[in-house]
Design a binder for this molecule. Structure first.
Ligand code: 3HC
Ligand code: NAI
Length: 712
């Protein structure tokens, strides 16, 4: 405890302010010893007549990022008893007879904000952030946050913060009354001065306030709107609705009863599969940043300026990603009209972000100044990194990399955004394959969080470590993957979309297939996804690789036929669906009829197919291919696949990713179902040997992941 929480006095002449400092790096999570330490030191300060006021502050880079999330796993697995939590400590703080001033820098998140709200006053550094992000972990605030927050910021804002989980800035917190003063410069000195002023006034307990709790007439529409929003924007997430219910309790019953309601809802969420999956995703997102054979000490190549080759769909988006993160970006095109088109698209995209309130005009103006168009490689000699995003074709890629090799300085990183081509072959066009790597952004690059970093045979550790670190700076989740066709995400997506087509060819309607997977939680159904990405993309690839298909093995055909009819999806106004001028999908009975006719001609028996079968066929296709990818060592850990699917493919976060989901179903059950599919549909469904082994040994992918981490 001594190490985790310290009690000292201010150094002013009066020496009458007690300072309690929490020191639990890296983020001062409220691990059991921390709560105990605060309880003891606060009791000491309360008893001490020489103390007029108390300042509670975080040591290191932040105030308190919340309860210790690792503890939750111990509780749900029965390794730790669920205790009273933080509630008694927060009551103890609120009952101190002298003012307790909480000084916030970095983040006051979750239990951290709940702790801060139990203080009588809060001061904050201007850069501080405050929030109740628990909902994103599948839980709700569990230490009175849903009861104290509405008393400080009002019902509407409290519902929004607890149900959506996004943090607010210190400035907004000041306006709302969540923070009492912003302190420029030395936070501790400012907090001590504030505490001394406050010591002249009576203490005010947050839990006794009710002036911002509104009336039933005012609150009803707020809760109704919040529920409606949660049902659409956080579809399927039980924690969002639970958070709203808990805040509603604050407006209807006493503080004590409200805390009981909160606790019941918290427990219901904590013990759900959803929260386990979301906590897996939280730690997984951090785990993927750690590469076993690339130590933390690996030298990082300084990257200050970059160049992008190609200003098409991807190149333009990638230039925006770098500019948004403050990098100077050269963007090169083949000719002036293409360059003009590319820049116009960038401007249009920025303008729509301003319209939607995502960016201010000033931010956009500054970003546009960072993007410098060019038609030559003349200025490439200065840049630290190049991302190539020209048409997908090996000859062109090699030509571009040959040029880059000639013009770029030694040490510059040469990255390709290829989605299907062999990174090693691209690297062979240079005299420095160690500098070459794949950076596979997803479309739209400026929005999608996933970045697959493709490790070539020769990619140097420094280049890999730099790209991994860079991904965080760019606001992306970087996952290191091996070099194979489709890398990880698209390779696994192949069997998923193949099954979706097979199902349509066997008699399920296009809309039924989409609905089944949408109801499972996917952001979009597979047919709609195909239409959005462009059916012609896969068609072209399939034509190129047709010679690799094994004769006699069933292949889907409906999508190729649609492409032959010019139905490429949204971009041509028709694909699996028809599209209106606003690109809204309209079911097209003609397509269902055509597919039926083609299928009959091909001798495919038609039958009624259940939603359950649709989900199993499509999702288990992901799982089986994921298991193969693991066996081949294309990724190091099962969690890598989950994080790719959660961030790049609209897999529902509350199911934790395909491999985690398979664990929750039970690998023996998944294996048996895949074996059934093999009997019914043939060799495409051969179970991956790894899946078979784990199922037979009664193990899970999560256990395998832990073993892999230990071995690394
Ligand atoms: N508990 C345990 N570990 C935590 C943690 C927490 N609350 N928050 C962060 N960590 C760990 C991370 O896992 C990571 O560990 P690693 O170095 O071993 O990978 C380390 O702290 C640093 O975290 P980040 O890499 O995320 O550091 P950043 O500087 O990028 O971000 C942060 C810092 C914004 C605080 C971010 O970590 C974050 O958002 N944390 C979670 C906040 C949260 O969800 N709090 C609510 C917890 S639940 C709760 O409080 C319930 C309550 O109501 C009772
Ligand atoms: P695109 O066709 O929209 O853009 C390619 C651009 O490259 C064109 O504007 C073209 O004029 C330009 N170009 C061609 N040769 C050039 C040269 N020598 N110098 C400078 N510019 C040149 O293609 P898109 O979709 O942007 O794809 C680019 C790359 O990104 C491809 O490798 C593709 O596989 C990959 N990718 C595409 C995704 C997508 O959804 N579109 C997703 C992820 C990766």
């Amino acid at each position: 405890m001594d190490d985790l929480v310290q009690l000292t006095r201010d150094r002013d002449t009066d020496n009458d302010v007690a300072i309690i400092t929490i020191n639990n790096p890296p983020v001062n999570a409220l691990s059991p010893g921390v709560a105990q330490g605060i309880a003891q030191t606060i009791a000491q300060a309360d008893k001490d007549d020489g103390v007029k006021a108390v300042v509670l502050i975080g040591g290191g880079r932040t105030f308190v990022a919340g309860a210790d999330i690792k503890e939750f796993g111990k509780i749900t697995s029965g390794k730790t008893q669920r205790g009273a939590g933080l509630l008694p400590l927060l009551l103890q703080i609120e009952d101190v007879r002298k003012p307790v001033v909480v000084a916030i820098h970095g983040s006051a998140f979750g239990g951290g904000l709940e702790l801060a709200m139990a203080g009588h006053y809060r001061v904050a550094a201007p850069s501080a952030q405050l929030g109740q992000p628990e909902v994103k972990l599948g839980i709700i605030p569990g230490a009175g946050g849903t009861q104290r927050l509405p008393r400080l910021v009002g019902v509407a804002k409290a519902v929004e913060m607890c149900a959506e989980g996004n943090p607010i800035t210190a400035q907004e917190a000041l306006k709302l009354g969540l923070v009492d003063r912003l302190i420029e410069g030395d936070l501790l000195a400012g907090a001590v001065a504030f505490a001394r002023e406050a010591s002249e006034k009576p203490v005010r307990k947050t839990r006794e306030r009710s002036d911002k709790l509104g009336t039933p007439a005012l609150n009803e529409p707020i809760f109704a709107a919040a529920r409606e929003k949660a049902r659409t924007k956080q579809r399927g997430m039980m924690s969002a609705i639970a958070a709203i219910d808990a805040v509603e309790a604050a407006t209807r019953v006493s503080f004590e009863e409200g805390c009981q309601v909160e606790r019941q809802l918290f427990d219901k969420c904590l013990f759900s599969d959803q929260s386990k999956a979301l906590i897996h995703a939280f730690f997984g997102e951090r785990e993927v940043a750690k590469i076993p054979d690339i130590p933390k000490e690996t030298a990082i190549i300084p990257v200050n300026s970059v160049a992008v080759v190609g200003a098409g769909t991807m190149g333009g988006g990638i230039a925006m990603v770098f500019a948004n993160a403050g990098f100077r970006v050269l963007i090169k095109e083949a000719d002036q009209p293409a360059l003009d088109r590319g820049l116009a698209t960038i401007q249009k995209n920025y303008q729509s972000s301003v319209k939607r309130g995502r960016f201010t005009q000033q931010f956009v103006d500054e970003r546009l100044k960072l993007i410098q168009p060019t038609l030559s490689y003349d200025d490439f000699g200065d840049v630290d990194m190049v991302v190539e995003a020209v048409f997908e074709g090996m000859a062109l890629k090699k030509e571009v990399f040959g040029q880059l090799d000639r013009v770029c300085k030694p040490g510059a990183i040469l990255a390709s955004n290829t989605s299907t081509l062999d990174v090693d072959e691209i690297a062979s066009a240079t005299s420095r394959p160690g500098a070459v790597i794949g950076t596979h952004f997803f479309s739209p690059a400026n929005i999608m969080r996933l970045l697959e970093i493709v490790r070539g045979k020769a990619s140097s550790k420094e280049v890999i470590a730099t790209c991994m670190q860079l991904s965080k700076k760019l606001g992306k989740v970087g996952v290191l993957v091996g070099n194979c066709r489709g890398f990880v995400g698209n390779r696994i997506f192949g069997p998923y979309r193949r099954e979706a087509q097979f199902l349509v060819e066997e008699g399920a309607s296009i809309e039924t297939v989409d609905h089944a997977l949408y109801d499972f939680g996917m952001a979009m159904g597979p047919m709609s996804t195909g239409d959005l990405a462009g059916l012609d993309v896969g068609w072209r690839i399939r034509k190129e690789f047709r010679h690799l298909e094994k004769p006699g093995v069933r292949q889907p055909f409906a999508e190729d036929r649609l492409c032959e009819l010019g139905r490429y999806g949204q971009k041509t106004g028709a694909g699996w669906y028809k599209y209106d001028e606003n690109r809204r999908a309209i079911p097209d009975p003609e397509v269902n009829e055509m597919v039926l006719r083609w299928s009959r001609e091909a001798g495919i028996a038609q039958r009624k197919i259940s939603s359950e079968e649709i989900v199993d066929r499509c999702i288990y296709a992901l799982v089986n291919e994921g298991a193969r990818i693991l066996e081949e060592g294309i990724v190091g850990r099962t969690v890598d696949i989950d994080i790719i699917y959660l961030n790049g493919y609209g897999f529902p976060a509350y199911r934790g990713g395909p491999m985690w989901y398979a664990d929750t179903v039970g690998l023996d059950k998944v294996y048996r179902r895949i074996s059934e599919f093999q009997q019914q549909h043939g060799e495409l469904w051969e179970p991956a040997p790894l899946l078979k082994r784990l199922a037979q040994e009664g193990k899970t992918f999560a256990e395998l992941n832990r073993e892999q981490a230990v071995m690394a």
